[in-house]
Write a protein that binds this ligand. Structure first.
Ligand SMILES: *[C@@H]1O[C@H](CO)[C@@H](O)[C@H](O)[C@H]1NC(C)=O
Ligand SMILES: *[C@@H]1O[C@H](CO)[C@@H](O)[C@H](O)[C@H]1NC(C)=O
Ligand SMILES: *[C@@H]1O[C@H](CO)[C@@H](O)[C@H](O)[C@H]1NC(C)=O
Ligand SMILES: *[C@@H]1O[C@H](CO)[C@@H](O)[C@H](O)[C@H]1NC(C)=O
Ligand SMILES: *[C@@H]1O[C@H](CO)[C@@H](O)[C@H](O)[C@H]1NC(C)=O
Ligand SMILES: *[C@@H]1O[C@H](CO)[C@@H](O)[C@H](O)[C@H]1NC(C)=O
Length: 385
């Protein structure tokens, strides 16, 4: 542990030198952007795409951000404010959060939930232990000019997800995408959230799901679902961007035959990206859970960049993480993303902080504010641009 810590700091220095080279050509542009944010913090311009770049407050740039799935579940306003103050200081402009918390029965411990799915009925919780918590996050983000990606359902059972729907309405994790009853409930939930915040200056984009997969399914299943859901969201809110939130699986551009490039999870990255109501591509990067080595990362980024460039829509590298050597490995991936035409922004997984309740969740990928990894990947790399 000690040895790797020393090696890590040397690697950090190397990465920082590389990063400061990068900053030379980024710096002028980004300073202008920061001044612009201050001037135009209440501007009515919704974030959008411009060619292969994203624009925020009318300014096209490469943007950095992070994931904080738990922020809508905090019950203390001061904790929400603290986190968003820290993000604002850090120069992280985009924040991806969970806009869902589905349960099958009412929690008895005061836990925040947004929707109960029970015995064939769905009830949205707009109370103080429900969407009012999300209201606070959105309002607090508005004040600090942080732009949010809000996601509507989880593939995984954390905070309910697809399982919570099938428990209440029947079916399986693969039939979820085509069940008319379930899709009706899901769309009603989307409508409740989108109509609540469609006028907010804090929305970066809406996202269909976290890591949707449909293992063994014909790729038309997720394609059709993504096409109809994104069209529905655009009918409610034509002003904001919509993305899928998938891991970027199923891509033959530059394929090396490894599992993530295959269509085994029912996803076809390029086909889905071509849907006209999908504004940008998303992909994740977790070599260790995908059975590939960390050196897989750069090729994965390049393959998506190429597909995004072909589609004339930017890619968002929206989740990436390693459990050790974060500074070196994640720093390298971000550098590649920055240098590669077609990637418009990246969000590391995941931000960590110390709140009134103690440290935020640690899944070993967490990068806590105040640590050496945070200094390397955020303070020295993003805030000082
Ligand atoms: C917002 O930025 C634009 C430049 O893009 C500038 O012309 C405009 O005056 C700014 N708005 C305010 C309120 O400062
Ligand atoms: C996109 O951003 C890159 C640098 O980040 C810049 O070179 C390019 O001109 C931008 N393209 C557009 C269409 O704004
Ligand atoms: C579900 O809805 C039906 C019909 O509206 C109602 O009779 C039933 O009590 C509801 N079940 C629950 C658990 O709320
Ligand atoms: C998420 O997707 C995978 C692959 O299709 C599937 O095995 C898993 O069961 C899904 N999760 C849930 C909670 O349905
Ligand atoms: C997938 O679905 C499409 C359209 O529904 C169909 O044309 C195609 O044959 C299917 N592919 C497979 C491998 O079943
Ligand atoms: C979190 O902050 C509290 C004080 O607010 C402090 O006592 C505690 O040691 C901190 N925890 C960590 C892990 O830094």
């Amino acid at each position: 542990m000690k040895v790797s810590t020393i090696l890590l700091s040397i690697a950090c220095l190397v990465a920082q030198v590389a990063a400061s080279n990068l900053n030379i050509h980024q710096i002028g542009k980004s300073r202008d952007a920061r001044a612009h944010f201050r001037r135009n913090s209440t501007s009515g311009d919704a974030p959008s795409t411009h060619g292969l770049n994203f624009t925020i407050n009318g300014q096209a740039d490469y943007f950095a951000g992070t994931n904080i799935y738990w922020i809508g579940y905090l019950t203390d306003d001061a904790d929400v404010d603290l986190v968003l103050d820290h993000l604002h200081e850090s120069g992280l402009h985009i924040l991806r959060i969970w806009g869902f918390s589905d349960v099958n029965s009412k929690p008895t411990d005061g836990k925040v939930y947004f929707q109960i799915l029970q015995n064939g009925n769905a009830t949205i919780n707009t109370g103080s232990d429900g969407l009012q918590r999300l209201d606070y996050v959105v309002a607090a983000a508005e004040k600090r000019d942080i732009k949010l990606i809000i996601n509507f359902v989880n593939n995984w059972s954390d905070y309910g997800g697809i399982d919570a729907y099938t428990t209440a309405f029947g079916g399986s994790s693969t039939s979820w995408y085509t069940s008319p009853t379930i899709q009706d409930v899901y769309q009603k939930y989307i409508k409740a959230v989108v109509s609540r915040y469609s006028q907010s200056s804090a929305i970066f984009a809406w996202e269909l799901a976290n890591e949707p997969r449909c293992r063994g399914c014909n790729i038309s299943v997720i394609y059709n679902w993504a096409a109809s859901t994104s069209a529905y969201i655009k009918s409610l809110d034509p002003k904001h961007m919509v993305a899928i939130g998938d891991e970027g699986f199923g891509l033959d551009v530059g394929a090396d035959g490894s599992y993530p490039f295959t269509y085994a999870e029912g996803l076809d990255f390029a086909k889905n990206l071509a849907i006209d109501t999908i504004d940008f591509g998303t992909f994740h990067l977790y070599p260790s859970t995908w059975g590939v080595s960390n050196s897989f990362g750069d090729g994965w980024i390049a393959a998506h960049a190429k597909a995004c460039a072909a589609a004339q829509k930017p890619c968002l590298m929206e989740e990436y993480g390693v459990k050790t050597e974060k500074c070196t490995i994640e720093g390298q991936w971000r550098q590649t993303a920055l240098d590669t035409k077609g990637i418009g922004a990246d969000l590391f997984w995941q931000y960590g902080d110390n709140l009134s309740t103690g440290n935020t969740p640690n899944d070993d990928y967490t990068i806590y504010r105040g640590t050496d990894d945070y200094k390397c990947l955020v303070t020295d790399n993003v805030a000082n641009r």
